[in-house]
Design a protein around this ligand. Structure first.
Ligand SMILES: *Cc1c(COP(=O)(O)O)cnc(C)c1O
Length: 353
């Protein structure tokens, strides 16, 4: 079964080999205070920087999920007030989680069909602006130019970006924000249970200034431990090892970005020729390049079942869109031949009806 679910999604074919290798070399029982672990963590940080073109002044940390990153940011980088811009379920969830921890958090919900640069983007007296770069539920993305504009208009605030379903699939303009995070079960093509947080010096300074230290995952504590390539708790060592292996194999992100775009365009081309499927979002300028959210006039359950019988797992709709849409991941670990086969299936399914 090939999983086109936009996370957890298809993992790299080498995973079983790498897990065996990890077992044989003792990594599965590796102590997280050992030199071997520190070398491993150091390698991952170096490879992340190299393959994803992360500026050298930005720090890289591990956490266990994107959800945990939402909480780390709320605890350690916001004293009172943040503002959350979103047009879909993941951005809204981030706002909800933050609101529980910092009740003054504000939300700006925008229409998924618009480019959010038409909104009022200057926010007085907020400490942090939260943006979901790639909204995995409705298949939209916030263009890099908009994130850059938010930064320019809010020099006093930190800019935090959820890039869970785009990091390692497209090139991100790191310097236009202070905090970026993603979990690895989307574009990295890895099993779930690990996430990465990338922070600017300004973000770390803010954390220091607030000196919030009430949690095992307070950002200041994580940063302190990472100075010696360690983590506060026993981390997902296997996940970190697999991340190292996948990074070693990974092309530079500029190349992956081009490939993602070409594949997205092939999908767009294919879908405009199909009468049975259409993009939920009509505005091409803000469609996600890594997650396709589609509509069909046919019963979704039969389509998904027929796909399953042919060996394709289609993504369910998410949140409010659960019953009206299905989703297709456009993540790097998917093979060109698998995409071709799925297109062939979708075409024949349409023709048989
Ligand atoms: C998948 C996803 C999350 C949640 O990730 P977890 O690792 O399950 O916490 C958060 N934000 C976005 C945009 C996502 O796509």
């Amino acid at each position: 079964m090939v999983s086109f679910y936009p996370g957890p999604s298809r993992v790299h074919d080498e995973i079983p080999k790498w897990v065996k290798e990890a077992h044989a070399s003792g990594i599965l029982s590796m102590n997280h205070r050992s030199d071997e672990f520190m070398t491993l963590a150091g390698n991952v940080v170096r490879l992340m920087r190299q393959k994803l073109a992360i500026p050298k002044e930005y720090s890289i940390f591990f956490a266990s999920s994107a959800t945990e990153c939402w909480e780390i940011i709320a605890q350690s980088l916001i004293k009172e007030k943040s503002v959350h811009l979103f047009n879909g379920a993941f951005g809204e969830k981030w706002f909800d989680y933050t609101h529980r921890i910092r009740p003054q958090a504000q939300s700006v919900k925008f229409d998924p069909e618009i480019v959010p640069d038409s909104l009022q983007l200057a926010f007085d007296q907020v400490e942090l602006v939260a943006v979901t770069q790639n909204e995995t539920s409705n298949g939209t993305q916030v263009p890099a130019s908009v994130i850059s504009k938010i930064q320019t208009l809010n020099p006093h605030a930190l800019i935090a970006v959820d890039a869970t379903s785009s990091m390692a699939g497209i090139q991100l303009a790191w310097k236009t924000a202070d905090i970026w995070f993603a979990s690895v079960q989307k574009c990295f093509g890895l099993p779930a249970g690990l996430s990465v947080i990338i922070c600017s010096p300004r973000a770390l300074q803010r954390a220091k200034g607030l000196s919030e230290n009430q949690h095992y995952n307070s950002l200041g504590f994580i940063a302190l431990m990472m100075e010696k390539h360690q983590t506060p708790c026993t981390p997902n060592v296997l996940g970190i090892y697999l991340l190292m292996r996948v990074l070693q194999k990974m092309k530079p992100v500029s190349e992956t970005h081009g490939e993602t775009l070409r594949r997205y365009e092939a999908w767009e081309n294919f879908l405009t020729k199909c009468r049975a499927y259409e993009f939920l979002i009509t505005n091409r300028r803000i469609r996600s390049h890594t997650v396709l959210t589609l509509r069909t006039s046919w019963p979704l359950a039969s389509l998904k079942l027929a796909a399953r019988k042919k060996g394709f797992l289609l993504g369910e709709g998410y949140g409010d869109l659960k019953t009206s849409t299905f989703r297709i991941a456009n993540f790097p670990a998917l093979r060109a031949s698998e995409i071709k086969s799925l297109m062939k299936f979708l075409k024949s399914y349409q023709e048989e009806r």
